[in-house]
Ligand binder design. Sequence first.
Ligand SMILES: [Zn+2]
Ligand SMILES: [Zn+2]
Length: 279
Amino acid sequence: MSERMEPVDCPGNEPAGAPALNDGAAVEGADDWSAAEAARYLDRLLNEGHERWEGDRCPICFLLIGLPVEEHSMMNACCTKRVCNGCNLAAEQRGIYDRCPFCRTPHPTDHAAALTMIQKRVTKGDAEAIYHLGQYYYFGRLGLNKDVPQAIELLTESAELGSLEAHYSLGQMYYNGEGVEEDESRGIRHWWEAAMKGHVSSRHGLGVVEYNEGKYKLAVQHWMISAKMGDKDSLNEIKEMFMEGQATKAQYAEALRGYGDAVEEMKSHQREEAKRLGV
Ligand SMILES: [Zn+2]
Ligand SMILES: [Zn+2]
């Protein structure tokens, strides 16, 4: 691995959120986490998930979608596929306005129709559809009444089925106590799960957690990973740390270079065109 990796077995370098002896134990065997186990886990956490997960890739052009993905793509209720703005523009230019550019199902005409499409996929056990339904309940969208317990249940099911977005949302809810009783360690463990599989916002969140605990070295390590995946917020955090003397100039330069490369790789003629036209 790269030189910036620090030895992880020194005291005080355990990841924030490592379960205490009497913790509620969502992680298997969490009851008896020793310092050595925490160090091994941290090693994995820092060495895995350096590539973005496949769910962040446009299913048409196969390029990774710009961050934040919500701004650079549209999710289609028919197939829950996120299509990038470039491919949406290309589809429109070919006269495909009224249907999904991926699976060609006609767009739902209203919220009720969109909800029906999502629910149909939910009954088939589609992790992403279950995630979206959970979000709709959480925020009370598509005509649903806000129902946080129902949302948490759906998001938990989705996370168990492998949705990294669901892990991320649960992480936010538990860490910040949004709609649920605050449980920081539980929130952090959801971010661990997703970050190790290449979920950028979860990785960014772990940097924030470590920074808030004063563990600047670890914070830089997390943010370096997410900056290199194209996350501007993480790059800015490292820049600020550099200005505060908490990160080195070399680290800031490395983050800047990595971020630039990631952004370059996400560019396409169609995407530039979409940006120019404000799609
Ligand atoms: Zn695309
Ligand atoms: Zn579709």
